[in-house]
Design a protein. Structure first.
Length: 385
C-alpha cells in the first residue's frame, strides 16, 4: 500500500470516528467560527470604506492642489490660476470642447439640531462636477440651479441627518433650502451636501478652492500633465493621482480599525489554537488503541500524524466558512457612518483571509498532537485500555 493510500485510509478512519467525538470537534468548529466571524466583521469596515472611496473611474483622474495644501478642506487654490490649470495638456474634453476638470472645495457647516458640530459637510462643485461623476442621479426633488442658493443632499447624509426635500440648512448668510436628494453609486459623496461652488463660496466669504479634479484622456497622460503644471512658473501647485490621494486618505482613516481587527483576531486565534491543542490531544488519546492497531498492521508514522493534522484543518475550515458566512449575512451591505456614509462589505478577499487564518491556526494547534500520534509506539498503543 502506497503512503498516499495509507494517508487517505487513516484520514477516513479518523473522520469516521468524529461521530463519536462530535462534542469535542464542535469546540474547534465554534472557536474558529468566532475567530473568523469577528475578524471578517471588523475588516468589513475597511473593505466598505475602500469601495466607497476607490472608484474605478479614478484610475484616469488627477488632483491639483495649491502647493503644500494637499487636503480636501484647504482653500489655497486661487481663482485666477484655475484657467491656467484647465489649459494643461492631457485633460479630456467634452463634446463642446470644455475641459473635463472641476474646481471644488469642501467645508463643514454649522451643527444641525441634535448632531455634533462639524458632522455634516458641504462640497461645492462646478459645471464639470457632475460630468466627472457619471453615476450621479437625482432620486427625489430636482437638481440645484446654477447660480442659485440651493443644495442637494446625498442619500447617506439624508438618512443620517433626517434631511428631505424642503429641509433647510443654515450657512453663514442664512438658511439654504434642500431641493433634491441624490445617489452616486455608493460613492463617498453621498455623505455630503452639494451646491454651486461659486455661489456657496461667495455666500460664505471663501476666497479659494481646495482642488481641481481633472479627467485625463488616459492614465498615460498623467506624467506630462503633472510635469506641465509643476514646471509652470505661473503656478505653485502639487499634482497627485486621484487613486494615490484616495489611498492616502484611506490609510489615515482605516489604519486604526485595521490594526485593531488584526490584534483582536490574533488574540482570539491564540485562544482557539490552545483549544485545538487540547481537543486534538484528547482525540489522539481516545484513538490510541485504533492508532496502535493501524501501526501494527503496517501503517507508517507519517500517515498517522498527517491524519491528525488534516482532521484539525478540516474542522478549522468548516468553522471558518461558518464564521465568514455569519459575518456576511449579518454585516454585508449594512450602512455605517464613519467620516461619511458607506456600506460594510464582506469582500471575497475577506473570506479567503478568514480561511487562511483558520487553517494556519488549526495546523499550528494540531502539530504537537500529530507529532505525538506519529511517535506513539504500536505495542504501547495496543496495551492502552
Amino acid at each position: 500500500m502506497t503512503e498516499l493510500r495509507q494517508i487517505a485510509a487513516v484520514c477516513l478512519v479518523g473522520i469516521g470516528s468524529l461521530r463519536e467525538r462530535y462534542a469535542t470537534a464542535l469546540v474547534i468548529v465554534v472557536g474558529m467560527a468566532c475567530v473568523v466571524g469577528v475578524l471578517t466583521s471588523m475588516l468589513s469596515l475597511t473593505a466598505g470604506l475602500t469601495r466607497a472611496y476607490l472608484r474605478p473611474e479614478d484610475a484616469t483622474r488627477a488632483i491639483v492642489w495649491a502647493e503644500r495644501a494637499n487636503f480636501d478642506q484647504s482653500r489655497s487654490l486661487h481663482r485666477d490660476v484655475i484657467g491656467t490649470i484647465l489649459d494643461a495638456p492631457g485633460i479630456a474634453r467634452s463634446s463642446n470642447g470644455a475641459a473635463l476638470a472641476d474646481p471644488e472645495f469642501l467645508m463643514r457647516i454649522p451643527p444641525l439640531e441634535g448632531f455634533a458640530a462639524g458632522s455634516l459637510q458641504l462640497r461645492g462643485v462646478g459645471p464639470a462636477g457632475l460630468a466627472l461623476r457619471p453615476a450621479f442621479r437625482i432620486v427625489a426633488g430636482r437638481m440645484f440651479r446654477t447660480g442659485a442658493r440651493e443644495l442637494v443632499v446625498g442619500v447617506g447624509a439624508a438618512r443620517k441627518f433626517g434631511l428631505t426635500v424642503g429641509s433647510e440648512v443654515r450657512l453663514r448668510d442664512g438658511k439654504w433650502p434642500i431641493v433634491g436628494v441624490f445617489s452616486c453609486g455608493a460613492d463617498i459623496i453621498e455623505s455630503y451636501l452639494v451646491g454651486d461652488a461659486v455661489i456657496v463660496m461667495a455666500a460664505t466669504r471663501r476666497q479659494g478652492f481646495a482642488q481641481v479634479i481633472a479627467q485625463l484622456v488616459d492614465a498615460k497622460a498623467y506624467p506630462e500633465f503633472q510635469r506641465w503644471l509643476t514646471e509652470n512658473p505661473a503656478l505653485a501647485v502639487y499634482v497627485e493621482r486621484k487613486t494615490d490621494y484616495d489611498r492616502r486618505e484611506l490609510g489615515m482613516n482605516t489604519a486604526f480599525f485595521t490594526r485593531m481587527a488584526y490584534v483582536i483576531g490574533a488574540i482570539m486565534a491564540l485562544g482557539a489554537l490552545c483549544g485545538v491543542v487540547k481537543v486534538m490531544s484528547a482525540a489522539v488519546r481516545a484513538r490510541t488503541r485504533e492508532i496502535g492497531t493501524l501501526r501494527a498492521i503496517g501503517f507508517g508514522a507519517t500517515p498517522v500524524a498527517l491524519s491528525v493534522l488534516l482532521e484539525a484543518a478540516l474542522l478549522g475550515t468548516i468553522g471558518a466558512v461558518i464564521g465568514a458566512a455569519m459575518a456576511w449575512l449579518v454585516f454585508d451591505g449594512r450602512e455605517m457612518w464613519v467620516w461619511g456614509a458607506f456600506k460594510l462589505h464582506v469582500a471575497p478577499s475577506l473570506w479567503v483571509l478568514g480561511l487562511v487564518w483558520a487553517l494556519v491556526t488549526s495546523l499550528l494547534g494540531g502539530f504537537l498532537p500529530a507529532l505525538r500520534a506519529g511517535r506513539l509506539p504500536p505495542f504501547e498503543a495496543l496495551r492502552a485500555e
